[in-house]
Every structure is written in structure tokens, then in C-alpha cells.
Design a protein around this ligand. Structure first.
Ligand code: GLU
Length: 498
């Protein structure tokens, strides 16, 4: 094992988000590439918003993606393992209190007695003067007697960290040299609230230091926090880790991807039938590139090449079409048993929703794979594509059967003739090679475009205009069902002729 130690530090205040999954992935890839250690730490100090259900969603989602960690909790609410535990912040409160006491003792932090009303009033004055919000320093230089007087008034003391003037510079592994003037940090900042709860900037640094994190790889939205973190590392006497800020994930219109505007929960993608191989592949390419044209890569292939110098600086646009394309490519690569097993739950869901009348067996699913494998953008598309096979009574609106260039009378005639041609193909030889020639011959004889005839038959027997190849579809339905559906369609279209 190298000294490389990286972490994902999710807050269980929402379901697993695309951005968190990508950050976790980049961290684990970096660890695997360099023989390092990957840690999961739960940042659960926002007690009001953290839930066990979100924790479960996050851990299950990461596991589903095939992301495993070397240290941290194995399951939601479960035990954790590793030499630097506990790995959940609510179990580490004594450590934060100790670190805060140390900073207070060395006057690198001070007790702040400002009330919310005082701080609000400061903010309003600054707003009116068009100044950025900043702590005014009211409690920065109180004498011991002044502090005692405030305690006597019953005021609670927050702990505020002193921010000295100067410029903080660091070499970001993605962005290069970054320099930020501490004048832009909003003044001395609170690290522990009056009620004793520690704040993110503080806990993250205490833990990254204690857990010997060597590289902090996280989203660019944290870039502006990093100077505060560096000041805290220095104050606590710990070497700073290397920072690497990953590009923001953008919507196709280049606005920031947010929970409100976009589909961001990994569970939504799982529910739609994106498969783990594809999501891992796609998320890895969301800000990283191989430097070659290759697009379809497994976790192991990516892990053997991944490095931070191929991470881009500019925003990474989330392109749902590309994700779907990659998903389709990965679906094609699954072997029959695997694909049939993964489609099973989606067909069960179709059944439960009443869109099909029974759930096909794994064997039945395997039989139709050659027809659908190349046509599935997602597993969830299976119902639309081929659900008609497991519907007992297909109801088709007769008007949809009539091809654009035809009228109802022609359609009725054509379907009746097609029915005869299909019926002439015996039960034993009911194969696509046997069905196609007589139907083509029929179209030619009558001067119909084969495409129109085939479309009418397709809609008649499936209720859809987009299906697997027509003759395979007829074979999959079986001769009797195909004929029965054609009979029903003829009757329906005849009724249109009126
Ligand atoms: N809990 C923080 C978050 O979820 C972690 C940020 C960090 O990696 O420092 O955004």
C-alpha cells in the first residue's frame, strides 16, 4: 500500500447524487491506480437533515456502482472498520471539541458571543453599503472581563477562527496554481456553534488530518472553501493534503446541474434501467478523458489509466444522449444469462403496473434477446419494445393501423390478404425466412409498397410502430396469436370503412 489515502465524505442529507457518485468514483480510481486506500466517511453533523434512509441510499448506490472502500461503514447504521475510526462524524464530537479547545488555548480562535440579531444587523448594514458579508470582529479582542460579562448575561459562545491577512496559495492537481486573498473569506469564521455543534469547515479538516488524507479530490463547488481549510490545517499543525477540484457537472445548456432542475439521483438512473457498467463508464468520462478516442471502458480499464492530469478544468456537460448510447453499448456486451436476469425485474414491474399480463420466465426472455439486445437504450425500455408478447388481449385503435399513404379500405384488404399469406405458412415452418417471401410477393402483386404493408401488419399485431424486425416479431408471437391479432385488426379497420 502506498501512502495515498483519499476519501469520499458524503452528508446523508439527500439521496446519492450524480456529483457525489462521480467524486467517489474519481477517488476510488485514483486509489486503485496508485495502490492507495479509499475511505468513506459520513459527514452527518447536520442532525436535522441527516437520515438513515439517505445514508442507506448513498451506501447502496455506491455499492451498486461497484465502488468499494477500504475503511469506513459497510452498511447504513452499521459498524465501520479501519484504523482511523469511527468514520461517522457524530461519533467524533469529542475530537472536534478537543481540537477547538486547542485552538482557543493558543488564541488562534476565540469565543464569540454575538447574537443572531447582532449578526443580522451587521449583514443588513453591509448589504445596504453593497459590501460582501463579513464578520465585523466584535468579539475578536474582548478582554477577559468583557467575556465574563457576556457569559454572565447568559450568552452562548460560538468558537470563531481568526483569519489573518494574506494570500493563500496552493497547487491544485487539476486547476494548477490557485491564490485567494484571505480578505475575501468573510472574516473570522465560526468553527463551533454556540450550542456546541461543530461546522463543516472544521470537522472536515480535523478528520482529514486525523485520517491522514493525502489527496482531497472533490467538486469545484468546494474550491472557495479550500483556503479556509488550509488555514485550519496550518493552525492545527498538520501538513496540507494535495487538493484536486473536479469540474462542475453542467446541464446541456451549461447551467449548473441542480437537484431542482435536473435528474440527479443515481436511484432514478437505476430505476430507468441504466446499468452499472455504463454509469461507471459515463461518470468516469464526466471530466476525465483517456486522451484517446476510446469510449467504452470497464472499471478496471479505467483504473489502470486514471490520473488527475487528464481531468479537465472546464465544466463537464452531462449529456443524457451519450449516457444512453454508452448504456446501449454495454447492454450489448452482457451475456444472455446476465441480460435476461437484469431484464427480469423490469418486466416484473411492467406486470405489476398492469401493462403486461404475466411476467415471462428467464427462458422466455432469453429467447427474445437476439431481437432486442441491439435495440435497448435502457433495460426500462424493454416493456415498450416487446411487452406486446405478454399481453393476452391486445387492444389497438384501428385508426393507428392505417398507414399514412393508405386509406382504411386498402388497409383492410391488405391485412386480410396478409393474414391468408401468413396462415399458409404452416405451424412447423413458422420461421422468418418462410414468412417474409410470401408477404413481399403479395405486396409486389398488388402494387403496394412493402413498407406500408409491413407497417400495417406491425401495428396490427403489436399496437406499435417501432418494434423489433417484423418477421421475428411474428415468430415470437407464434402463428395462432399472430393470426388472431390480424383477424381482430381486420375487423377493426373494416369498421372504419363504414
Ligand atoms: N460533506 C461534504 C459534502 O458532501 C464533503 C466535502 C468534501 O469533500 O470536503 O459536500
Amino acid at each position: 500500500m502506498s501512502d495515498i489515502r483519499v476519501r469520499i465524505a458524503p452528508s446523508p442529507t439527500g439521496p446519492l447524487h450524480i456529483g457525489t457518485a462521480r467524486t467517489a468514483l474519481f477517488n476510488v480510481l485514483f486509489a486503485r491506480r496508485h495502490g492507495g486506500t479509499f475511505i468513506l466517511r459520513l459527514e452527518d453533523t447536520d442532525v436535522a437533515r441527516s437520515t438513515l434512509a439517505f445514508e442507506a441510499d448513498i451506501l447502496a448506490g455506491l455499492h451498486w456502482l461497484g465502488i468499494t472502500w477500504d475503511e469506513g461503514p459497510d452498511s447504513a447504521g452499521g459498524e465501520d472498520h479501519g484504523p482511523y475510526g469511527p468514520y461517522r462524524q457524530m461519533l467524533r464530537l469529542a475530537r472536534y471539541a478537543e481540537a477547538a479547545a486547542d485552538l482557543l488555548a493558543r488564541d488562534l480562535a476565540y469565543p464569540c458571543y454575538c447574537t443572531p440579531d447582532e449578526l443580522d444587523a451587521d449583514r443588513r448594514v453591509q448589504e445596504a453599503a453593497k459590501q460582501p458579508p463579513r464578520y465585523v470582529g466584535r468579539c475578536a479582542a474582548l478582554t477577559p472581563a468583557e467575556r465574563e460579562a457576556r457569559v454572565a448575561e447568559g450568552r452562548a459562545a460560538a468558537t470563531r477562527f481568526r483569519v489573518a491577512p494574506g494570500v493563500i496559495g496552493f497547487d491544485d492537481a487539476v486547476r494548477g496554481r490557485v491564490e485567494i486573498d484571505t480578505a475575501n473569506l468573510g472574516g473570522d469564521f465560526v468553527i463551533v456553534r454556540g450550542d456546541g455543534t461543530p461546522l463543516y469547515h472544521f470537522t472536515v479538516v480535523v478528520d482529514d488530518a486525523a485520517m491522514r488524507i493525502s489527496h482531497v479530490i472533490r467538486g469545484e463547488d468546494h474550491l472557495s472553501n479550500t483556503p479556509k481549510h488550509i488555514l485550519l490545517f496550518r493552525a492545527l499543525g498538520h501538513p496540507e493534503p494535495v487538493f484536486a477540484h473536479l469540474p462542475l457537472i453542467l446541464n446541456p445548456d451549461r447551467t449548473k446541474m441542480s437537484k431542482r432542475k435536473s435528474r440527479t439521483a443515481i436511484s432514478d438512473y437505476i430505476a430507468q434501467g441504466f446499468i452499472r457498467e455504463a454509469l461507471v463508464n459515463y461518470l468516469a468520462l464526466l471530466g476525465w478523458s483517456t486522451g484517446s478516442e476510446e469510449e467504452i471502458l470497464s472499471f478496471d480499464e479505467i483504473a489502470s489509466r486514471f490520473d488527475l492530469d487528464h481531468v479537465q478544468k472546464g465544466g463537464a456537460v452531462f449529456d443524457p444522449e451519450r449516457l444512453e448510447w454508452i448504456n446501449g453499448q454495454w447492454i450489448r456486451r452482457l451475456d444472455d444469462d446476465d441480460l435476461a436476469a437484469r431484464l427480469g425485474p423490469f418486466l416484473e414491474a411492467e406486470h405489476a403496473a398492469g401493462r403486461i399480463d404475466r411476467t415471462p420466465t428467464a427462458d422466455e426472455i432469453r429467447t427474445v434477446l437476439p431481437m432486442i439486445r441491439e435495440r435497448l437504450p435502457t433495460l426500462g425500455a424493454v416493456g415498450d419494445l416487446i411487452g406486446f408478447l405478454w399481453v393476452d388481449e391486445l387492444t389497438v385503435d384501428p385508426a393507428t393501423i392505417v398507414p399514412k399513404r393508405w386509406d382504411a379500405a386498402t388497409t383492410a384488404t391488405a391485412l386480410a390478404a396478409a393474414r391468408q399469406a401468413i396462415a399458409a405458412v404452416g405451424d412447423v415452418s413458422f420461421e422468418s425466412e418462410e414468412i417474409e417471401p410470401p408477404l413481399r410477393a403479395l405486396a409486389e402483386r398488388r402494387g403496394w409498397k412493402a413498407g406500408d404493408l409491413f407497417m400495417a401488419i406491425r401495428v396490427a399485431v403489436t399496437g406499435r410502430t417501432a418494434t423489433p424486425p417484423l418477421f421475428d416479431t411474428l415468430v415470437a408471437l407464434g402463428r395462432d396469436r399472430a393470426l388472431a391479432r390480424l383477424d381482430a385488426a381486420v375487423a377493426g379497420v373494416v369498421s372504419l370503412v363504414g
